[in-house]
Each structure stands twice: as C-alpha cells, then as structure tokens.
Design a protein around this ligand. Structure first.
Ligand code: DX5
Ligand code: ZN
Length: 218
C-alpha cells in the first residue's frame, strides 16, 4: 500500500520544507495542470525540474494537460519516477507509452470519472500503473465520487485475470474515512492531497492512511 501526498495542497512558496514534512511518504504526487485540459493551472517543466533536484522521494507526475504526446517525454527526461498521461488527451497513446518508458520512467494512464475502464484494456500489458480519477480533475479538496469503487473493482479484476502486477492508483477525495473501502475494492496506490497537508502531523497521517489501507484488505 503506497501513499503519495499531492503537492497541490502544499505551500508552493516553501516546497523544500513541505517535502520535508512528508518524508514518510512512498512518493510525491505532482499535479501539472495547463488551464486547458482542466480549468485550473499549476506549474510546468521548470518547476518540476527543481522539485526533482531538491527531493530524494520518487516524483509521480500526473499530467492534466493538452498535447501530452509532446510534453510527457520532457517530464520523463527529468528523471522523475513515473509519468501519468490522461487517456482522454492522447493522440497516439501506444507510441507515447513506449517513448516515456524509453526515458526510464514508469508509465501510467489515467481515466476521468466519465471514462469507462474498458478503454484501458488494449494498453494494460504495457502499463506500470493505471489511475482511476475519483473526482473531476482540476482541484483538490473535492468529495470522492462513490461510483469510482465499481470502476476500481472492475479494473482490479481485469489485472488479476491477466496476472499483471500493474499498480492501481486512485486520486481524489481520499481520506482516513474512505481509504479502507477503496483498498478493499482493489486499489494499492493512493493519492491524498488535503487529507495529508491538512493534518497537523502529516507523517502520522501518512502512516495512518497506510495502516487503514492495509486493514481494508485483511
Ligand atoms: C485533482 C488532482 C489531485 C488532487 C487530490 O485534479 O489530480 O491529485 O490534488 O486532492 P484531494 O486529495 O484533496 O482530493
Ligand atoms: Zn493528481
């Protein structure tokens, strides 16, 4: 069970100390938004480059941008741990997956709440992780969409059937109130923004989330 705090909820003026406050995390989820694919805008390549330079934690880059066919490879080239692109935004997903992997990054594909799990089936064998968005991408602090549970369970079933060790990641509205149920449905990698950064003791919250997720499958 992996917990990846989303820095979308962090203080962007103090990233170094914000990173230090989540040292217990399995990775840092980095939300790149362009104001086009999603209404919100965050930061781009130069900022992620600096993040990669100042932390030893693996960066999990989630690209909510148009034209990932061009940009995703540039992020992979920074040496980040993983790069996830949105199915809905890609023109040639198969070749993009190969190009990202050629740069040494793990490859993920995300689907929005309205996109069915079935679109991922042709690509499953080539992916290191799949991301089920459990809110409409764009903003932190939204409520978990309950219908996501059945999508997670369906995707988990497809992965188990094929014997794939692909990570199943969930992003949006994850907290200590629902993580056990989401883990029970089959997720193993959890993005949590407001739940972690809003906690008094962030590392304690990360441990708590991990324990609750483990409890969900036992
Ligand atoms: C939403 C982002 C998420 C967001 C999650 O578009 O992709 O990563 O930061 O934030 P919470 O955990 O607050 O829903
Ligand atoms: Zn995200």
């Amino acid at each position: 069970m992996r917990i990846q705090p989303s820095i979308l909820s962090a203080d962007f003026a103090n990233l170094e100390s914000e990173f230090a406050s989540i040292s217990n995390a399995d990775g840092i989820h980095v939300d790149v938004m362009d104001g086009h694919f999603v209404p919100n805008m965050t930061f781009g390549l130069p900022v992620v480059k600096r993040m990669q330079e100042i932390t030893t934690l693996p960066l999990d880059v989630h690209l909510m941008i148009e034209n990932p066919d061009f940009w995703a490879v540039e992020y992979a080239r920074l040496g980040v741990f993983s790069v996830t692109v949105h199915f809905e935004a890609c023109a040639d997903l198969r070749s993009l997956i190969a190009k990202i992997r050629a740069e040494g990054a793990r490859v993920g594909v995300a689907i929005k709440p309205g996109t069915p799990v079935s679109v991922l089936v042709p690509y499953l064998a080539d992916l290191d992780q799949v991301l089920v968005m459990s809110v409409e991408p764009g903003f932190g602090g939204q409520s978990f969409i309950p219908e996501s549970i059945s999508k997670i369970a369906e995707l988990k079933g497809l992965l188990v059937e094929r014997g794939f060790a692909t990570w199943l990641q969930v992003d949006g509205g994850i907290s200590d109130l629902n993580i056990a149920g989401v883990a029970a449905a089959g997720a193993d990698t959890f993005v949590a923004g407001s739940a972690v950064f809003g906690a008094k003791d962030r590392n304690a919250m990360i441990s708590r989330l991990r324990d609750l997720a483990l409890g969900g499958v036992h």
